[in-house]
Ligand binder design. Structure first.
Ligand SMILES: [Fe+2]
Length: 154
């Protein structure tokens, strides 16, 4: 692990998924290695400005989290997540690979997708004991990892 390069590892996973799993589907399509693409994998991406001025990439990738109106401490509620305010596409060459939900640093759920899943949406049950912050992360095979947070008030 001494020579572990996280960026190279993450990029390799995305490309190898395409190269191995989708080779018969994509045929002669090439995986772009434009400089712009490389930047997406250097950090966890977040919405930079208030939601009223989101860029198209932010609108298409930052997880959108919907909570029910009333939440009681210790009682399960339904968390609805879709990747992107503008729903991210799910095609053989451009798709969401997974969504993770954390309460603080604790993983609540991880949902994996293949390009065969028609929509990057999930619904999971969640319970909190007190007012807390949920972190939702998703990974696009071309545009890296995106994170949104949502405060849950009880
Ligand atoms: Fe994307």
């Amino acid at each position: 692990m001494r020579n572990f390069n996280r960026r190279k590892f993450l990029k390799t996973i995305g490309i190898s998924s395409l190269a191995v799993g989708m080779a018969p589907v994509i045929g002669s399509l090439k995986v772009s290695k434009a400089a712009e693409e490389i930047d997406w994998f250097q950090n966890i991406n977040r919405v930079k400005d208030p939601p009223t001025s989101m860029t198209p990439k932010e609108k298409g990738h930052a997880p959108s989290v919907q909570l029910p109106g009333a939440i009681k401490a210790g009682e399960p509620f339904t968390l609805n997540i879709q990747v992107g305010e503008t729903l991210h596409p799910m095609t053989p060459t451009h798709y969401i690979q997974w969504v993770e939900v954390y309460l603080g640093v604790e993983l609540i759920s991880r949902i994996e997708f293949s390009p065969l899943c028609p929509q990057a949406k999930v619904t999971i049950p969640v319970s909190v004991d007190k007012t807390s912050t949920l972190r939702v992360m998703s990974r696009c095979n071309l545009h890296g990892i995106w994170e949104s947070t949502k405060e849950v008030k009880v």
